[in-house]
Design a protein around this ligand. Structure first.
Ligand SMILES: NC(=O)c1ccc[n+]([C@@H]2O[C@H](COP(=O)([O-])OP(=O)(O)OC[C@H]3O[C@@H](n4cnc5c(N)ncnc54)[C@H](O)[C@@H]3O)[C@@H](O)[C@H]2O)c1
Length: 259
């Protein structure tokens, strides 16, 4: 198995895309450190990882809090012996016109999406340096990190920022053998999209599922993305096959945004 003996940290691992990434990396041989603010749901995913024959550690942590992220990565290294892969997956979305965004909303989403990714990059790089090992940092971007959409402007701006952090981190850390890349999903039917669809009903008067179905209807491959589709790209970015790729934010959206 390509990730045998490796340890991967996955943030936002209690559900959705993060859960699927954790399970896929475990299938590929990695031990997994799962982190999220949803402690109860994390416990379920721990059992799922263990059922695949891998070690699992759950750490409740808020990625927007730098100290908590550093402490979580330290705990991961102490418990598992080493960390090799950091998946900065946790994120939130907001739906509102760019004219209506409030300071509180903007602070909240930047704290989690942008700062959360930045603290994850820093803490992982610190651990890899202390170990003297190469490592892989993999960030959750989005097709919305390549093209911005109406009523999703602030969210999209956080994903553009993550693309920038990914490029700079790759340039600064390359000489240490650390690669930094991002995955950019399209329309994945998780709780996040349920929330977007509900908010679109409120904002635009669309019928329930109308916005989701409209987006899915525009996908070249003719179906919505699954969390497993996203996890397949992350697994590639985590294994040695991707060792000569760094600084890239790779779109996996079935054909919506073309770059
Ligand atoms: N669903 C999609 O269509 C889609 C598309 C493109 C990108 N993404 C990105 O993929 C990532 C995962 O999205 P998802 O669809 O699985 O969403 P989700 O809402 O189902 O899951 C997100 C997870 O992150 C956790 N989280 C939120 N804030 C946190 C915090 N401060 N600290 C720790 N954990 C926190 C949540 O508790 C949850 O378990 C996000 O970064 C999202 O922006 C999703």
């Amino acid at each position: 198995m390509s990730l045998s003996g490796k340890t991967a940290i996955v943030t936002g691992a209690a559900q959705g895309i993060g859960r699927s990434i954790a399970l896929r990396l475990a299938q590929d041989g990695a031990n997994i450190v799962l982190t999220d603010v949803k402690t109860d749901k994390l416990a379920v995913v721990v059992k799922e990882v263990e059922a695949l024959g891998r070690k699992a550690l759950a750490v409740t942590a808020d990625v927007g809090d730098r100290e908590q992220v550093y402490a979580m990565v330290q705990q991961a290294a102490d418990t598992m012996g080493q960390v090799d892969i950091m998946v900065n997956n946790a994120g939130i979305v907001q739906v509102s016109s760019i004219l209506d965004a409030t300071p509180e909303e903007v602070e909240t989403i930047y704290r989690i999406n942008v700062q959360g990714t930045l603290w994850g990059i820093q803490a992982a790089a610190k651990a890899f340096k202390a170990q003297g090992t190469p490592g892989k940092i993999i960030n959750a971007c989005s097709m919305a990190g390549h093209e911005s959409f109406p009523l999703l402007g602030v969210y999209c701006s956080t994903k553009f920022a993550i693309r920038a952090l990914t490029q700079t981190a790759a340039k600064e850390l390359g000489s240490l053998g650390i690669t930094v890349n991002a995955y950019c999903p399209g329309i994945v039917g998780t709780d996040m999209w349920d929330f977007i669809d509900r908010r679109m009903v409120e904002e635009t008067g669309a019928k329930p599922r109308e916005t989701y179905n409209k987006f899915v209807g525009g996908i070249a491959l003719g179906r919505a993305e699954t969390p497993e589709d996203v996890a397949a790209l992350v697994a590639f970015l985590a294994r040695p096959d991707s060792n000569y790729i760094t600084g890239q934010s790779i779109i996996t959206d079935g054909g919506i945004v073309y770059r």
